[in-house]
Ligand binder design. Structure first.
Ligand code: UD1
Length: 416
């Protein structure tokens, strides 16, 4: 298994380019199941999660060909089952459910089960499909959905759910009549998916707001679409610049998608200049504590909570970080404390008192964003940080150690 070794203390400098967004690539690749036509997707990141969804599509019968960051999919579907082996490694595999039911009238998809950051059920996906006329059975750890034809209806999501909104939007594009999704997720990745679907001939309005209207069509066609820049990767590099007191230009991102983070980094004392699709972050000599509450978009993203906590561990003063999107998303806290951080957990709040310095230590990645936060802590810690279980980070960051090392970080991957 690979490890990442980091010698802390280098100030990051230079330019770094952002890859395509994992959370947009996964639903957009899954959407190719809705059409027999050829789908060409550009700016697809080279990540383990993307490899998993490709494998899943191939197992369903699709022809998938990758050339650099371009992916071509032609989805002839031979069977409608997503097995436990593939789903257990990636919860987002549930994204094939909506498209399969819509196009084939049936699907059998393994339930994702719990995961490191909380229970994360898919009840809202299933309730919405039922409301559209699918019969749902839960058997042997699988969701079995069948329908003689989905029908449009109005669906109110009790909680804002990103993959839930995406799954039902994909189901609704081939349903009879009009579907209205209320309290829909407003994340930019939902909008990116809607643009790709509309490119296939779907009729979706309102994506990016909390009411999405989908007029069903009878079939969809070929499409060529691009994946948006990964705002979580961009945000991680912005925090890397701030935590090291460096000066980094993050290129090829969408600053509009990073407003919540930008505001917090400025409040913490970093200087941020926006120029088109580039964001320059210069860290000062010190970081001030700021309070954070995670929220659905456009609020502060839960996917940057752990990284921001890393920054707060070395801030002047005390910050309160409230996690409201997921329960149990503080798995990084114990590892940070092993590096000398002063953090107290109180329910869904972490009270972080800044310390003068972190010390390098052997630490373990527990989930994707937690591992990124430990890399950030390692960049500023005294001595060597040895991060194990780095397969978590490879699920969502394209060659993170190469990109950081080009910015001057003393970081390398070793194979045991
Ligand atoms: C997506 C992102 C993930 C991000 C999260 C929140 C992808 C592939 N993943 O995950 O990186 O952290 O959004 O921005 O895009 N919930 C239910 N029932 C459901 C569905 C969700 O109770 O049927 C709850 C969840 O437990 C959670 C909250 O709703 O507390 C939000 O989850 P959701 O938006 O669905 O997260 P994901 O789509 O899984």
């Amino acid at each position: 298994m690979d490890k990442i070794l980091i010698e802390g203390g280098e100030k990051l400098r230079g330019e770094v380019s952002v890859s395509g967004a994992k959370n947009a690539a996964l639903p957009i690749i899954a959407s190719s199941l809705l059409t027999e036509g050829s789908c060409v997707f550009h700016n697809v990141p080279d990540l383990v999660d993307v490899k998993t969804i490709k494998k899943l599509l191939v197992s369903l019968g699709a022809a998938v060909e990758a050339k650099g960051n371009t992916l071509q999919v032609q989805a002839g579907i031979q069977q409608c089952e997503a097995s436990y082996d593939l789903v257990k490694t990636m919860r987002a595999s549930i994204l094939v459910l909506g498209p399969l039911v819509a196009r084939m009238g049936r699907a059998r998809v393994s339930l994702p089960g719990g995961c490191a950051i909380g229970a994360r059920p898919v009840n809202l996906h299933l309730k919405a499909l039922q409301a559209m006329g699918a019969e749902i059975d839960l058997r042997d750890g699988y969701v079995e959905a069948t329908t003689k034809g989905l029908k449009g209806t109005t669906i109110f999501f009790d909680t804002s759910t990103v993959t839930g909104t995406e799954n039902i939007m994909m189901a609704a594009v081939l349903a009879r009549g009009t579907t209205v999704l209320e309290n829909a997720a407003k994340e930019p990745e939902v909008e990116n998916l809607a643009t790709a679907l509309n490119g296939m001939g779907a009729k979706i309005r309102g994506a990016g707001t909390d009411v999405i209207t989908i007029e069903g069509v009878t079939s969809l066609d070929s499409v060529e679409a691009s994946i948006i820049a990964d705002r979580v990767e961009a945000g991680t590099f912005m925090i890397a610049a701030a935590i090291t007191g460096g000066d980094v230009v993050v290129k090829g991102c969408e600053p509009k998608h990073l407003e919540a983070l930008t505001a917090k980094l400025r409040e913490a004392g970093a200087s941020i200049e926006i120029n088109g699709s580039s964001v320059r972050v210069s860290g000062g000599n010190s970081v001030h504590s700021v309070d954070i509450t995670t929220l659905p978009y456009p609020g502060f993203p839960t996917d940057l909570q752990a990284q921001m906590m890393a920054l707060m561990t070395v801030a002047i003063g005390t910050s309160v970080i409230r996690e409201t999107v997921f329960e149990n998303r503080f798995m990084h806290v114990n590892e940070m404390m092993r590096m000398g951080a002063d953090i107290v957990i109180d329910g869904n709040r972490a009270i972080v008192s800044g310390v003068n310095r972190l010390r390098g230590a052997p630490v373990m990645a527990t989930d994707l964003r937690a591992s990124a936060s430990l890399v950030l802590a390692g960049l500023v810690a005294e001595g060597t940080t040895e991060l194990s279980r780095v397969y978590h980070i490879d699920r969502g960051y394209e060659r993170i150690e190469e990109k950081l090392s080009r910015l001057g970080a003393n970081i390398r991957r070793v194979r045991e």
